[in-house]
Design a binder for this molecule. Structure first.
Ligand code: SF4
Length: 323
């Protein structure tokens, strides 16, 4: 039976109904926004042109396109006790490419998505007026949706090259398939997990609780449940599947002036969210979530300017309430 407000009998069902309604609303809102935003549509057009130039007589010339696996600042951070490098696949989130890549999104996470922080900040355009980072993310997303087989072959090729290169230097490798997206690769691209098994730990931040419940590669595909303003009802379930809970907070990103590798403000020792109290991990020390001990809140500092204007409660106020 479809979930209908007239059939709802208890508080749990009502909570689920509210969650689904809000998620659908967020998806529709972000689609409308992306389809009408001049910056996004301009990047989409340029991504299309790039792809068209790279396809000659039906063959994709990958050397004319951005690499599929890359690193960002957080992935580059040292992983305590390990000689490891982390690489990821950066798509464009939600409807930015014209295809939806985030089924579990909320208005709060979409508005503050890390896609537009760091190198993704909108003003970071080159001399030609192009935002190469945003365009590259859109290019990858379109290729995934429209050239799936070639995309898969290329991604496996890049992973293998990178893995072999690092191995030759005695460096381990980690892989994050969804840097700014939530694509069910475990269902749609199991070959990548077959490749990584026994050699490359894979991890993601996940909002869709169904993916956590159904994860077929849970022994080496680490999922951290990613909290938004609308999905705290799933915390208990995520914990029961051995997942930690990532939470974005208002703790400032200010660095320690005496040691720029450290943050000035530490994360709290414990947090209580939705009546659940857990010890905390500083999730900004590095991005190697597969190294985290279990049953923890993974505390993140809100990045970028947009999140400081958050009105949705996506960003949990733990700093402001304690100063
Ligand atoms: S925070 Fe995650 S779910 Fe939300 S829009 Fe960004 S990538 Fe998608």
């Amino acid at each position: 039976m479809a979930l209908d407000i007239r059939n709802i009998v208890d508080a749990e069902e009502l909570e689920l109904f509210t969650y689904k309604t809000k998620t659908n609303h967020a998806l529709k809102t972000m689609k409308a926004h992306c389809d009408s935003d001049a910056f996004i549509t301009d990047c989409r057009d340029k991504a299309r042109q790039k792809i068209n130039r790279a396809i000659v007589n039906g063959k994709i010339h990958w050397n004319r396109l951005p690499k599929l696996i890359t690193q960002n600042t957080k992935m580059r951070k040292d992983v305590d006790g390990l000689d490891m490098e982390i690489f990821g696949l950066s798509f464009a989130p939600h409807w930015i490419s014209g295809f939806n890549t985030c089924n579990g999104l909320s208005i709060g996470c979409a508005e503050s998505c890390l896609m537009f922080t760091g190198m993704g900040q909108k003003f970071m355009i080159d001399a030609n007026g192009d935002h190469t980072v945003a365009i590259a993310r859109i290019v990858r997303t379109i290729l995934w949706f429209e050239h799936r087989n070639e995309f898969k072959t290329r991604l496996l090729h890049e992973l293998e090259l990178k893995y072999n290169l690092l191995k030759s230097k005695n460096i381990e490798m980690g892989f994050r398939p969804n840097v700014f997206s939530e694509v069910k690769f475990e269902k749609l691209f199991p070959e990548v997990f077959t490749f990584c098994e026994n050699k490359i730990p894979v991890y993601d931040y996940v909002k869709d609780i169904k993916r956590i419940k159904d994860n077929p590669f849970s022994s080496f595909y680490n999922m951290t449940f990613s909290l938004s303003e609308n999905n705290a009802l799933f915390i208990t379930t995520a914990l029961s599947y051995g997942c930690n809970i990532a939470v974005v907070t208002d703790i400032p990103t200010t660095k320690n002036p005496k040691n720029k590798k450290e943050y000035l403000h530490a994360v709290p020792e414990k947090l209580t969210i939705n009546g659940i109290t857990l010890r905390c991990i500083d999730g900004d020390k590095n991005d190697a979530r597969f190294m985290d001990t279990k049953n923890k809140f993974v505390v993140l500092r809100g990045k970028g300017k947009t999140i400081r204007k958050d009105q949705t409660s996506f960003m949990l106020k733990v700093f402001e309430n304690n100063v």
